[in-house]
Design a protein around this ligand. Structure first.
Ligand code: BTN
Length: 325
């Protein structure tokens, strides 16, 4: 019901809509309309009411509750089942549990705040309330386990394209899964799977995105390393970025790429990934747990492995590393 009510206000932006009209469209009583309006106000929406005119939405709440995401969602299956938390330790952890309990492909977990977010290589990922996006998608691709790193690359392309569509900002991908804006980290992607040696049960793709943080939110220690969309768009002077719309667009972009990938393989996605990448066609340091390789990043294989040619002309296959450009 909340979803439908938000849709009505969205279709009549800036206009008053009478209680009578809303009750007809929702098929409920005027008292029920009033109750739903009060709920929206409690959720942070600013709604004017005027005698004989009705209600008008003055300011959106920029929340990411299920109904707020669903009002924008145009996917076929991705995010149609959504689990939302005001706060949870990690959406990744919840998604693993749901997948083990039989959740279907496309189920997405979203949180307004994570208190113990997981980053790559055992690092901590900070996701503050109200400003970030933390979400984990459950997939069940018919793929062998060695192919699943490609899904990280698909996710990176989806996020870059959705950000461009929503903000006009062009981000860059640093292999394998960092998304940077003006050299600072904006998005982290963590892909994990539950699999037997030759069969994938589920793949969980976690996406953490800095959306509306201000410079104070980052603190001195990471301000030179991390940024947010709001900070980079109009120098933080404009409206905050609508997180619900951005989530819906990431899901749509990913679903389209995923369907294309399952039908035609990675070859059709690869040129897109390469066009956004800053880590191919340049000299890089690939820092691994025990080794550092310096060389020319020639490209990625169809399995998403980075190819680096060192000074002796030897090509190294890099499966996991931190890249320094
Ligand atoms: C990285 O280290 O760059 C990856 C960070 C991934 C963070 C996301 S936020 C949503 C999901 N839940 C988690 O606990 N981690 C991922």
């Amino acid at each position: 019901m909340k979803e439908q009510l938000l849709k009505i206000f969205q279709d009549h932006q800036g206009e008053y809509i009478s209680g009578e009209k809303i009750s007809q469209e929702l098929g409920c009583s005027r008292t029920a309309v009033w109750k739903h309006i009060e709920e929206l106000r409690k959720n942070g929406y600013q709604l004017d009411s005027a005698p004989r005119k009705g209600y008008r939405m003055v300011m959106r709440a920029n929340g990411i509750h299920t109904h707020e995401i669903k009002q924008y969602l145009t996917t076929k299956f991705l995010g149609r089942e959504l689990t939302y938390f005001d706060a949870t330790e990690s959406t990744q952890q919840i998604a693993h549990k749901l997948a083990q309990d039989g959740a279907e492909e496309g189920h997405v977990v979203v949180a307004n705040e994570q208190t113990k977010g997981k980053g790559r290589l055992g690092r901590v990922w900070h996701s503050r309330s109200n400003t970030s996006i933390s979400m984990s998608m459950i997939l069940r691709p018919p793929l062998p386990p060695q192919k699943t790193p490609q899904l990280t690359l698909l996710a990176a392309v989806a996020v870059v394209q959705a950000i461009k569509k929503n903000t006009g900002l062009q981000c860059e991908i640093k292999w394998p899964n960092d998304i940077l804006l003006k050299g600072k980290k904006l998005v982290g992607i963590l892909t994990e799977m539950q699999a037997d040696p030759d069969l994938v049960h589920s793949v969980i793709i976690g996406i953490g995105l800095n959306v509306n943080q201000t410079s104070e939110d980052f603190g001195e220690d990471i301000a030179h390393l991390a940024t947010s969309l709001h900070l980079e768009k109009d120098g933080a002077s404009g409206e905050p970025v609508d997180r619900a719309r951005l989530i819906a667009d990431i899901l749509l972009e990913f679903e389209e790429l995923y369907e294309e990938y399952l039908e035609n393989g990675f070859q059709s996605i690869r040129p897109l990934w390469e066009s956004y990448s800053i880590s191919v066609g340049t000299y890089i340091y690939a820092r691994m747990i025990k080794d550092v390789i310096y060389g020319y990043a020639k490209g990625i294989t169809d399995d998403g492995v980075l190819l680096v040619e060192d000074e002796s002309g030897k090509t190294h296959h890099i499966y996991s590393a931190d890249i320094e450009i």
